[in-house]
Design a protein around this ligand. Structure first.
Ligand code: DQA
Length: 137
């Protein structure tokens, strides 16, 4: 099984970005532990701060991989383009968020990803990614 985690803007700063909200673990550390825990899954990781690069990656993997775990971060709430890309592909997408976006500012309550996601995991910290992964198994 081939799964990719795609992270959007500012998630490269995990570990030092607002640790009270996002925790103090870097994504690389977390990703290594996830790979070790699920050795039978081919797990890839991609991060970009650039909207078009995220769309390019979704298109590139979206007809071939078995699953996409997508945290589009702030673009979740703004990007018609990423929402359209998720709709265009055949690979199922699970939308994830580290924080509970519904417990935060109202502009975080809207998602352009959700209508076309297979499922959504929100608010469990980095564990959100693992729960999404388990849903593909
Ligand atoms: C986030 C929530 C978004 O509202 C925010 O812009 C992020 C991270 C999360 O994982 O909690 O950058 O997607």
């Amino acid at each position: 099984m081939k799964i990719i985690i795609i992270n959007g803007p500012n998630l490269n700063l995990l570990g030092k970005r607002e640790p009270d909200i996002y925790g103090d673990t870097t994504f690389e550390t977390f990703f290594d532990s996830l790979q070790n825990k699920y050795p039978n899954i081919t797990l890839h990781y991609y991060q970009s701060n650039v909207e078009g690069e995220l769309i390019n990656k979704i298109q590139e993997v979206g007809f071939d991989y078995d699953g996409i775990i997508l945290n589009a971060a702030a673009y979740t709430h703004t990007s018609v383009g990423i929402g359209d890309a998720v709709k265009a592909i055949t690979t199922p997408v699970i939308e994830v968020h580290i924080s509970n976006t519904f417990a935060r500012e109202t502009f975080r309550h809207q998602s352009f990803i959700s209508p076309n996601a297979k499922g959504i995991v929100i608010g469990f910290g980095l564990k959100s990614y693992e729960l999404a992964l388990q849903s593909f198994l």
